[in-house]
Design a binder for this molecule. Structure first.
Ligand code: NAD
Length: 254
């Protein structure tokens, strides 16, 4: 894979999947723009620069349209183009049954996982339509394909990401812009640990063991395995893929 002279914008780039993606694209010579509300994104950009790559960090909250407009404009001011966009920031929210779910917690999940993804598309798509080129990968989840007890807002938000992906692909594919999604099952990151702990506060390790036992490959995915699929979807190996989603779950939903 060669992403020389390509500019890759990654939201949630301070998180574990975003960090793995930043490293993977940088190894393929891409210029990386790390966007996150967490200042740990600075270290991700610094790591890429220390290895001889080109990267910068932009602190932004993906739920605020001013911030999204700013990260898009700062990227264009610095590098002139946006070739790839990993619309990846997300939160798991609280684990609780719908009958007990707090309205403010529901709004928080929707704000990041649905509005944040929408706003990313809203401001990046006009750039890519003007360029007549670009590849976008929205991070959905196997939570976008089926239900789960206790996780209804997260589940609903990831179903919405697939709806946004399909609609965007229909709108912009004729302009040379490809929009696809990934649906990882459990990935070994902070987020899955948080969900396991909330599901089973007394025995999070037991929750993990049961989760892994239910996967045909008997393990969670690694952030690098997710990043590899992002690379593929953005690459010239996937030039007629649009509006689709790729599942990375060790066969769990098979
Ligand atoms: P993570 O918590 O390590 O990373 C998420 C990142 O998003 C964090 O750096 C966080 O600061 C950032 N973020 C959250 N809200 C933000 C906001 N309002 N503005 C800017 N940045 C914000 O988790 P991860 O596992 O790396 O998750 C990345 C994506 O993958 C998420 O969309 C998640 O839903 C999805 N996903 C994760 C798993 C899993 O098991 N870990 C499985 C399927 C899908």
């Amino acid at each position: 894979m060669d992403f020389s002279n390509k500019v890759v914008l990654i939201t949630g780039g301070a998180g574990e999947i975003g960090h793995a993606a930043a490293r993977a694209f940088a190894r393929c010579n891409a210029t990386i723009v790390v966007v996150d509300r967490d200042s740990r994104g600075e270290a991700v950009a610094a790591e890429i620069c220390a290895a001889g790559g080109e990267a910068r960090f932009i602190a932004a909250d993906v739920t605020r349209s001013q911030d999204v407009e700013r990260y898009v404009n700062m990227t264009l001011d610095t590098y002139g183009v946006i070739d790839c966009f990993l619309n990846n920031a997300g939160i798991e929210g609280r684990v609780a049954p719908i009958a007990e779910y707090d309205e403010a917690d529901f709004d928080a999940v929707m704000a990041v996982n649905v509005k944040g993804v929408f706003l990313g598309l809203r401001y990046v798509l006009p750039v890519m339509i003007r360029q007549r080129s670009g590849a976008i990968v929205n991070t959905s989840s196997t939570a976008g394909l089926k239900g789960a007890s206790g996780l209804a807002p997260y589940i609903a938000s990831k179903h919405a990401v697939l709806g946004l992906t399909r609609s965007a692909a229909l709108e912009v594919s004729p302009h040379g812009v490809r929009v696809n999604a990934i649906c990882p099952g459990p990935v070994d990151t902070r987020m899955i640990q948080s969900i396991e702990t909330q599901l089973n506060i007394d025995d999070p390790l037991g929750a993990r063991q049961r989760g892994e036992a239910a996967i045909p490959t008997r393990r969670y995915s690694t952030p690098d395995e997710v990043a590899n699929v992002m690379l593929f979807l953005c690459s010239d190996l996937a030039t007629n893929m649009a509006g689709s989603h790729v599942v990375i779950d060790g066969g769990r939903t098979a």
